[in-house]
Design a protein around this ligand. Sequence first.
Ligand code: ATP
Length: 361
Amino acid sequence: MAAVTLTNVVKRFGGFGVVHGANIDIADGEFVVFVGPSGCGKSTLLRMIAGLEDISAGEIAIGGKVVNDVEAAERGIAMVFQSYALYPHMTVEQNLSFGLRMNGNPKADTERRVRRAAEILRIDELMHRRPKQLSGGQRQRVAIGRAIVREPQVFLFDEPLSNLDAELRVQMRVEISRLHKELGVTMIYVTHDQTEAMTLADRIVVLKAGNVEQIGAPLDLYDDPANRFVAGFIGSPKMNFLPARVVATGQGAATVELVNHAGARLSKPLQSTPPAVGAEVVLGVRPEHFFDAGKGDCDIAVKADVAEHLGSVSYVYAGAGDDELIIEREASRQRASGDHLTVAIKADKALLFDTKGARIR
Ligand code: ATP
């Protein structure tokens, strides 16, 4: 087992920067998920940790040892890819043992490791099949098994569930969580799926365009995002953003009025100096933080365009002025299309951002 530390890690491809100085401390045994939109650099970061990609500047340490110049095979890591990369002509057992056999690992130890991986992943019954005789989920288990037999200090996963259907993804997500608990080994996992990040991670690293936007426990990011990007990226359905203007300030608070809802004002307590009167700001409200009319600090009227009834909750998609809002309501079976709806916002359940996306606390 090992901690992984990235210090000012930079990656440039032919002069073009794709990672701009990442500082990330991953504790021994921690499950950390790198998440962000396509092209943000998360796979590049993982590949640099794996040693599959050189770093342009900075330092990567695994288990306290700087590995900048250490070959991938010597880093004590094992990587699981989105494409399972199994050998089609070998049985499951041969696929699992291949790497160890090639390295001249003693036969008895190889057999022990393969047996253990098969037990952990519950693939004992499949040992004599070839990859084409397996389902997608079973193939992914074998791919993970190949990582387990190496008994690495650190597991790296690069979007390992992308090729699976929705149901299997949920199932494998639970399996990977269980695996982490069972092995207690450091795991670093890359995905663009914020739900996977929320459910798997001890801590999430949110990336955007090669920059680390925030690092924190899933619910800390959810409740206390550092900026509008993180607020919008973490949480499903997404946080709503309503344009607003500061209309008064005083005593550690700013009163804002929603631009598209004349007269809808609320006073937001702030720790920092409030923005000037007249400043444009953005109010962030999560779908579940709209309350019944009269039960918040201000009411807004909206017209429901579409309602989705999921059984446990309903989501109302409403156009309101220039805002497009997603509002969570108690489960309902009524069609809400065309309905007029008044909902309330509470100041302590709303976040404030400036127009550049920085949080105003
Ligand atoms: P995705 O979710 O789409 O895989 P990502 O966040 O994993 O995206 P990376 O694959 O790390 O993103 O790529 C980050 C940036 O680096 C992208 O702009 C990509 O085009 C660029 N890039 C990646 N590999 C190379 C390469 N070998 N040469 C040049 N540019 C590259």
